[in-house]
Design a protein around this ligand. Sequence first.
Ligand SMILES: Cc1ncc(COP(=O)(O)O)c(C=O)c1O
Length: 410
Amino acid sequence: MQNRLGSGKFGPGRFGALPPSPFAQLRALLDDVTPSQEPLSLAIGEPRHAPPSAVLEVLSAARDSYAKYPPIGGTPEWRQAVIGWLSRRFDLSDALFEETTQILPVNGTREGLFMAAQIAPQKADGVMLIPNPFYQVYAAAALAAGANPVYLPATPATGHLPDLDALDDSLLARTQAFYFCSPANPQGAVADASYLARLLELARAHNFLLVVDECYSEIYDHTPPPSALQLMQAAGDNEMPLVVFHSLSKRSNLPGLRSGFCAGGRSVMRALAALRAIAGPQSPLAVQEAAALAWSDDAHVQESRQKYGEKFAAAETLFAGCYDFYRPAGGFFLWLNVGDGEAAARHLWVTQGVRVLPGTYLARDDAGGDNPASSYIRVALVDEQETMTVALKRLKDGLGSFNPAAVGAD
Ligand SMILES: Cc1ncc(COP(=O)(O)O)c(C=O)c1O
C-alpha cells in the first residue's frame, strides 16, 4: 500500500513517513471481496480465551469510583499486586523499586511505549533502533521524539533478534533509544539473559534508553522468558537506563481493559513519572482494582498457557516441515514463510474466509528496498481450540492451493 498517514488537510507533520496501521492496510487488501466461507480472523493479536470472571465483577462493582480522578502513579493496592507478581514471576525484590515512581500504570502498554521515547536523551542526528519486523508504535514513538527510526533486521539469519555485533559505534553514539521486544511479535523469539545483559551494557556505554517490551512474557512454550529487570537486580544497581513494559492484555485475556505497567531504573522512571503527571492518561480506579486482582492470580494464566500449547501442538501436526514452520519460544503467533505474504493473505480470505496478516505490514524495507517479512504471514492462535481447529484446517487447505508464482490469479 503506497498511502502514508494523513495526506489530507491536517497533515501528519513528522509522522508523514509512517504507513497506515497494519490493520488499515489489511482492510484495503481484503475488503473489496466477500469470502466464500464464514469469516474467521487470525489477524489480530486479541486473546479470545475468557478473562477471569472475578476481574469483570470488580469492574461492575466499582461504579462509584468514576467520580474521582485516579492517581497517576497507581493505588497502593495496585502497586502491591504488581510487585507481588514481579516477585513470583521474576524473583525480583521490592527493594529494587524503592521509589514509588519506579512502577507506573499505563492505559495499555501501547500509550506507554509511545511516551517512553519522549524522555530519551536528545542527540544530534539522533536515531532510535527498532527490530524489523516490529510492533508499529515503536516507529511512531521515535518520530514523535524527533529521532529517525533505524530498523535492524530480525530474520531467521539473525535468530529473529537484532544482531548486536552488527551495530557500529557511530550508530550507537547517535542512538537515543533502543526498542526491543521479547518474546518478539511476530516471530516469538526470546532473548536470553546474556543477550539482555549485552543490550543493557550497550545502553549504559552509549547513553541511550533501553525500552523492553515484555508483553508476551507469560505466554511461552517451555521456559519462562527472563526479564531485563532481572539484570538490573543482578547488577545490584537500580539506576539503569531501562524501562520495561508488561500488559494484562495478553497475560489475562483483557485487551479491552487497557491496563499494563512500566517499571525501570530510578532516573528514567522519575523522568517518565514527571512527564506522565502532566501528559499521561490516568488509569481509572476501577481498572486498577481489577488489574490488582488479575496480577495477583496465576491460575488463569497457567490455564491459558496450556491452551496455547495445545494449539501450537495442533498447528505443528499440520504444518511441520512446511512454510519454515517452527514452534516459537514465546507469544501466540505462527510466522509462516509462504513465499508472498500479501498474495497468500488475499488467497486465504477469498478461498477460505480466513484473515491473516501479511508480514510486510509489520516491517520496513531494508537499504536494498527489500521487505524482510514480505514472504511471511502472521497467524494469531487466539481463538478457543474448537474454532482454531476449523481455522487451522482451512489455513492448511488454503495454503495448499496457493501458488505464490501465480499472484493475481484470485
Ligand atoms: C509487542 C506488543 N507490544 C505491545 C502491545 C500493546 O498491548 P496493550 O496496549 O494492549 O498493552 C502489543 C499488542 O498487540 C504487542 O503485540
